[in-house]
Design a protein around this ligand. Sequence first.
Ligand SMILES: Nc1ncnc2c1ncn2[C@@H]1O[C@H](COP(=O)(O)OP(=O)(O)OP(=O)(O)O)[C@@H](O)[C@H]1O
Ligand SMILES: [Mg+2]
Length: 597
Amino acid sequence: MNTNRTISPNVGSDGVAAVLKRIIAENGRRHVRGYAFAITCLVIVASTTAFTAWVMESVVNEAFANKNADVVWLICGSIFAAFVLRGFATYGQAVTLSMIGNNIVATYQRRLFAHLMTLSLGYFTEARSSRLAAQISENVNGIRDVLNLTVTSTARDLLTLVALIGVMIAKDPVLTAIVFLVAPPVLYALRYISKRLRVATRESVLLNSHVLGSMQESVQGIAIVKAFTMEDELARKVEGIITAAEARANRIARLSERTSPLTESFAGLAISSVLAYAAFQSIYGDVLPGAFFSFVTALLMAYDPAKRLAKLQVQMERAVVNARMIYEILDMETHQRDIPGAKNLVVTDARIEFRAVKFSYANGEGVLKGVDFVAEGGQTTALVGPSGAGKSTVISLVPRFYDPADGQILIDGQDIAGVTKASLRKHLAYVSQQPYLFEGTIRDNIRYGRPDATDAEIEAAARLAYAHDFVLAQPQGYDTPVGENGVTLSGGQRQRLSIARALVRNAPILLLDEATSALDTESEAAVQKALEEAMSGRTVIVIAHRLSTIVKADKIIVMLDGKIAEQGTHEALAQRRDGLYARLNNLQAHPAASDAI
Ligand SMILES: Nc1ncnc2c1ncn2[C@@H]1O[C@H](COP(=O)(O)OP(=O)(O)OP(=O)(O)O)[C@@H](O)[C@H]1O
Ligand SMILES: [Mg+2]
């Protein structure tokens, strides 16, 4: 299996700024008004904060130097008002920004789902679905973090910081310059930390999704796990990944918290230098204390936002790794796009023709090695042959789950590579070898065959598929929920529902991959009889292991190792002395050997 795409810890070349730019370009316009309101609130927060520092000078000078009580009252009142205002503005921006963030997360979830639905089957056989799901849920939160961090922290903290620095410069430019001496080394160190964090974060997301994926897989296969007492074996396997994930998380914690000793030390240096300078100035010089108080207030107030901003790049790095992983999925080419100018498929006789079709799955080995046959319109063509011969592969090429490497598939003379996939699939109904049901009621599951089917049509299809009686025996009849992938139903019942789903579609072409294999002989005979009715007038390609079910087929194609070994009617093939079909037929005719294939 090629898992490179999902687990390579490759770092991606886009920088934080590029990813941010893209997120904003894609989402900014929709939220202009929200952002404008939030930024207004943020400006209020920043200016009230700066105002508090600014008036310190007046408080101190009026109180200590001029001893003017009235002015002190006024100033203290205004400080109180500033705090109240700041409270409301903080509330306004936080709520607005969270709502925008939630909306953007929802938008990405929608986009991801829509995009995943367009990717070809090949992608999903390569990527482990449970791991993919876990990865995506982690990644989407990454986008939310990017937004919350940029807008909240950057806007609020940066605005506040700028305003406070303004106050500092106004009150004492020399002291401000001293403070700024510590900036370059801090910035340099942060850069270094965030680069290392980038790699660790990506590895961590992948390991986490691996842990969740393994758990989900084990839970889904719980019956097999217990039957084969695989618990210890699986625990050992998961243990390794969990330990690695834990170690990685610890590493991330150490790296990102390394900013604290760094910023604290430098801040201590800056503050003590400032205090020393100011103290000496007041000891040996002759300055009023007010400006100095204002300056120190601004400096102390600036400390928190500055610290958060210093950490921002590091946190941002983490969030951006997630965001970037989402874009990797969103940017993944949808293979098998309709070719430019693709026409709609026009079905008249529904005659299907395979011309020298070659095909191999992603791992290389040739599975179909030149397959030529015709499934005549309105007739039933059966595919038989040993397991692994390529029968299911032949059927999966008709709906274009995969495209042939070579050769052509024609329906009524139109190459299916040149028609739109939607029009192609509209004319097909398909029953897969493993029946799949979706969470929902029985009725919902049949209706997926054709969303506009009436209840009467759904029941008619269920009757044809020999499902009506068991459905009525369910506690809520057609409205009984089937659970995840129909766990509450038996294998044969699931199979009959998926036949009903195909029948209700009422399509001219019917593809049946072992559609009745899970049924007992009696129900199989009954479904078979019903299917014969449904098959008449349609082009049917049917795969069967039990040859008894296809003796009446208009044509039988025997496949062996990716090629067609023989074809003809049951009578013709059964008479060939040395033929593969004759041999299989003989084996199945004698019950003692009927399990041989
Ligand atoms: N998704 C896949 N990726 C890679 N190889 C695959 C995939 N599906 C099938 N194969 C391989 O292709 C070959 C043909 O498989 P296919 O499912 O078409 O056989 P089949 O004739 O339907 O067998 P069965 O009767 O057991 O259903 C097999 O060797 C199988 O290993
Ligand atoms: Mg098969």
